[in-house]
Design a binder for this molecule. Structure first.
Ligand code: NAP
Length: 269
């Protein structure tokens, strides 16, 4: 039913060089979208763009560090210059952490995570908004279950995802009647290399993946759910039964949610 929604649509995907963002872009390309691929690693973006074109979509690469306000503004300007419109913005770029707070050597990583996960989403949305209003477009935020509840080893990450959710939930109310929809996706663990790229206790990339990737959601399934929710202009997409249960449990027995979160991190799934 929603197969043709994205045909010829102009879509900006941040964090399109790897993982979920790359897969979202590829699936959109297969549906005939005109893409703008944003991230820092240009070679990886070019590879993704090539694959998008092979699948039948158009793709423009715009090297972007979403933690920089000027880059977010240029990303939107370049998109409009190329295609003349924006139909959807997928705020997907993100960085995580895997470190207990009392083991962190320098708390500056909290600021860095906030700049990427929250300010990146906010600036891209701010600059794209006038264009999205013209097309009655779609805003998508890829949050996390850590945007719904606390998660140990993720203090800074959960804070940034809660901030992102607060921003997008408020924006949805402001946009009522404008025709622009706001969809927030809440993935649980997904089989990408995100954890190994996240900050460890020393402020460097962790370098290994503590998640049992064979037991968690695939990037293909995650991207498919994000796009299905966006196509239907759904308010939110909570991706696992555990996370759906957590929303209700938080109201009646929040300590149970704490236990589930602790166990998930311990087991890596
Ligand atoms: N994987 C999971 O288990 C999981 C679970 C819940 C939510 N999520 C969320 O899903 C989103 C995608 O995660 P993923 O698993 O696909 O991670 P990933 O494989 O590590 O990919 C992250 C993407 O973000 C980009 N990025 C990082 N810092 C950036 C910056 N400063 N400016 C622009 N782009 C930047 C990276 O590209 P460059 O390095 O080229 O810049 C990359 O394309 C994130 O928001 C994450 O929080 C993931």
């Amino acid at each position: 039913m929603t197969d043709h929604v994205f045909e010829d649509s102009v879509v900006i995907v941040t964090g399109a060089s790897l993982g979920i963002g790359r897969e979202v872009a590829l699936q959109l390309a297969g549906r005939g979208a005109r893409l703008v691929l944003a991230a820092r690693q240009v070679d990886k973006l070019e590879e993704a763009a090539q694959e998008c074109r092979q699948r039948g979509g158009q793709a423009l690469v715009v090297p972007t560090d979403v933690s920089l306000q000027a880059d977010c503004r240029l990303l939107v300007e370049r998109s409009v210059q190329e295609y003349g419109r924006i139909d959807m913005l997928v705020n997907n770029a993100g960085r995580t952490m895997w470190a207990l707070i009392d083991e962190i050597q320098d708390p500056c990583i909290f600021e860095e995570i906030m700049r990427i996960n929250y300010f990146g989403c906010m600036y891209c949305t701010y600059y794209a908004l006038p264009h999205l209003k013209q097309t009655r477009g779609r805003i998508v935020g890829v949050s996390s279950v850590a945007g719904k509840s606390g998660v140990p080893t993720r203090t800074g990450y959960a804070a940034s995802k809660h901030a992102m959710v607060g921003f997008l939930d408020s924006l949805r109310i402001e946009l009522q009647g404008s025709g622009v929809s706001v969809t927030i996706a809440y993935p649980d663990f997904v089989a990408t290399g995100m954890q190994s790229r996240g900050f460890g206790t020393d402020g460097q990339a962790l370098g290994y993946n503590p998640v049992k990737v064979e037991k968690v959601m695939t990037t293909e399934e995650c991207a498919r759910r994000i796009l299905s929710a966006a196509a239907r202009r759904k308010r939110e997409e909570i991706m696992t039964l555990r996370a759906k249960l957590g929303v209700w449990l938080k109201l009646i027995a929040p300590e149970m949610v704490d236990r589930i979160a602790r166990k998930a991190i311990k087991q890596g799934r």
